[in-house]
Design a protein around this ligand. Structure first.
Ligand SMILES: Nc1ncnc2c1ncn2[C@@H]1O[C@H](COP(=O)(O)OP(=O)(O)OP(=O)(O)O)[C@@H](O)[C@H]1O
Ligand SMILES: [Mg+2]
Length: 350
């Protein structure tokens, strides 16, 4: 089965080909037009997707050596995301599916992140046999979910304010770093001391009495943002410049510490032996290291996506479509856009 995937929910125009469950091509074009604005400008994102979508899809087909007539299904992100940006990929995919008389599979972007650790380029990566806990940490979401073998899942914790990626990007901006600051903080922190300054870890054992935080799997990162801002305002520019690596490592340690503590608390409370991390922040080297150590200590198997599939990509869209179709869920021809799509499955079971 050859599935064409299309992703345009934010500032990546991406297309991928999945052939019998394996990735045959994956093209990702990251938009650079937002750099001087310090964040993604929605209207510019939509225009850039429109400019690139035909050539990106063509490139994915060419790299996979597959023609449009050899496709069996087309999948695209249907939300959540920037409405104009989602519309470009979704309308293009639906139009192409209609013209080629192919089934169309609308995919929830966050669900696709959840299953991204199982994207396969070889036949070895499969979803765990039993349930697993998923930590999904991206630019717009921070979710802890318990995922069942039938692909259904229950969200047990989420951020009450900022997402983890947002916490990286906004505290990085305070340090004078360009958007997205997450990968730069990761790099700077390699040379820094994580214990240089202790930033707050909200809703954890550090901040609450042990009785009140246990069983609370929600996150909050807005206090960290304020704390970094007020602390930086008290320092001199040369001091900040001199200790940039230490400050980056201290911010990173506060974010990673919370993510690891909460994830392991869910694993423990549910007696589940498998954990996955997905979304852009799952590329963070300190998070990968700390979560692997915690999982090794407790005999839990950790699943991580390849860094290429951590941030937005169409391989995860085609891959979830394949998982769903191979489990008997049927595709649809038309699907309305859902900028704030709920986490309910986008495809239905027959
Ligand atoms: N190595 C890293 N360390 C920390 N953060 C990182 C790293 N690499 C990427 N990120 C962060 O990941 C985020 C982007 O991830 P992703 O593309 O999954 O988010 P999004 O698609 O914008 O949001 P959503 O998926 O919630 O709609 C950014 O906030 C970026 O800073
Ligand atoms: Mg994303």
């Amino acid at each position: 089965m050859n599935i064409l995937g299309i992703e345009t929910s934010c500032d990546e125009t991406s297309s991928a080909l999945l052939c019998n469950g394996e990735v045959c091509s994956s093209i990702i074009s990251s938009q650079l037009c937002h750099t001087s604005f310090g964040g993604v400008v929605p209207e510019l994102a939509s225009r850039e997707h429109e400019r690139l979508i035909v050539s990106i899809v063509d490139a994915a087909l060419t790299e996979a050596n597959i023609t449009k007539n050899e496709l069996d299904a087309i999948a695209a992100t249907a939300g959540p995301g920037l409405i104009g940006a989602v519309m470009v990929g979704l309308s293009f995919a639906q139009g192409l599916a209609y013209a080629l008389d192919l089934p169309f599979v609308p995919v929830n972007h966050i669900e696709a992140h959840i299953f991204s650790p199982f994207i396969s380029e070889e036949a070895s990566r499969r979803t765990p046999e039993g349930s697993f806990v998923s930590l999904t940490v991206s630019g717009g979401h921070t979710l802890l979910s318990v995922v069942e073998p039938d692909l259904s899942y229950t969200v047990v914790g989420r951020t009450l304010d900022d997402a983890a990626g947002e916490a990286f990007d906004k505290t990085g901006k305070m340090l004078g770093l360009p958007y997205p600051a997450g990968p730069i903080i990761d790099k700077l922190a390699e040379e820094g001391d994580p214990s240089f300054h202790l930033f707050p870890r909200a809703l954890t054992s550090q901040s609450q009495s042990s009785k009140s935080w246990q069983g609370n799997f929600d996150f909050s990162f807005s206090g960290l943002k304020t704390s970094v801002l007020t602390w930086l305002q008290k320092q001199t520019p040369p001091f900040i410049e001199l200790h940039k690596g230490d400050i980056a490592a201290s911010i990173q340690s506060a974010i990673v510490g919370v993510l690891v503590e909460k994830s392991m608390a869910v694993v423990r409370s549910r007696g589940i032996r498998a954990l996955s991390i997905a979304g852009g922040v799952s590329a963070n080297s300190a998070l990968r290291r700390a979560m692997q150590q915690a999982c090794d200590r407790e005999g839990v198997r950790l699943y991580l996506p390849k860094p290429l599939y951590s941030t937005d990509n169409a391989a995860m869209i085609a891959s979830l479509a394949h998982l769903k179709l191979s489990r008997g869920m049927r595709a649809e021809y038309l699907y309305n856009i859902a900028p704030y799509a709920s986490f309910a499955a986008a495809s239905r079971r027959d």
